[in-house]
Design a protein around this ligand. Sequence first.
Ligand code: IPM
Ligand code: MG
Length: 416
Amino acid sequence: MDIRNVLRVKETKPRYKVAYIPGDDAGFDVMEGAMIVLQAMDKAFGLPIDWVRADMGWCMWAKSCQEYPEGDPRRNTVPEETKQILRESDAALMAAITSKAGVKGFKSAILQMRQLFDLYINLRPAKSMPGITCPLKGDPKIDLVMFRENTEDLYAAVEFRPTPKEHFDMHPGMARFKDKEEVAVSWKVFSKEGCERIIRAAFEYAKATGRTKVVCATKANVIRATDGMFKEIFLNMAKEYPDIQAIDENADATAMWLIKNPQDYQVIVTPNVFGDILSDEASQLVGGMGFAPSGNIGKDFALFEPSHGSVPKYAHQYKINPCGLLNAATMMLEYLGLEEAARKLEAAISAVLVEGKDLTYDVFRDNGDPDWEKKAVSTLDMARAIARKILPDYDKYDAEISKKAKEMCAWEHLPQ
Ligand code: IPM
Ligand code: MG
């Protein structure tokens, strides 16, 4: 298997159609910032991308609730129209969506997309960036990539509350729960195919990028059926890659070693739930969630997003930094085979971080600057600083580019 079949767009084209999804709240702010940078790239060297707006998230849920009665399947965070746009696109770039707990019928938009397009790889790199210090002693340099399984495990959403009566006779281990007042059960479901394809992707990635070590993080010592199968498939497949050191670890130990010796990790492959947790941990070591990108990648489609949320309290205030989304855009450019554009974007972001001037409050604060409040610039001004690194005479075009970015990310017509 050629790794390009996994982490690269199926078919290279002279131009790509990419759906951009501002999502909700501060998602609109960072998308507007990203569109300033992406337009500057287009002006500077031509970006072969046609952008198509698509909406999903809380705003679409609210809109569908205005339009359809309770219980109607068209009440959804993802409208049919958006699904159609994504089906017709080569990739998607999403900013951030808002979820609210306890809302009847509400289903997370991103979880729906992972299932709908079978986006089985969640690729989560954690790489030290210039100008950003690691909170750990000695400022270790980290460059690891996590392959989180993205469609199975507890995310299969097979859950019971209350637990049906017949379940108590299904397994002797259920006997002691029989007389309990309330019992809830969530199934952890793994398939052989599901384990194989994520583990294969991790090994192939390591091979293609010259990495020498792959760590598999599970709890096979306790959870024998599911994690046991994952580990067994990992150890068997490792025999096909004699040049790569394959290490099987307990996920709790991985969490600990990530704090002790993060520089020792290269590639980590792990089931969905552990990947969710370990990737947040890893992101804290390289600047935090504000910088961490995430690629949801399947056979036919991929959706790239920052790991951070939509920060509703800062909605439309242009406070948070656009780097998480721009780093996701870098991953997307790589996926589309636009390697040179990806390197230029990466270099521009690094240059602004190293200069340490045009940064949003969160970057100053998380980097330990006591004057973060005074120094902070807006999301859009940080984006403009990045754009100037790509297009030196950016200011000549600022009015035009900023206007277009604002139009592309208009939100006023949507329920909030
Ligand atoms: C992530 C997020 C999602 C997840 C949430 C928003 C459903 O935490 O992408 O890591 O649990 O996968
Ligand atoms: Mg998460």
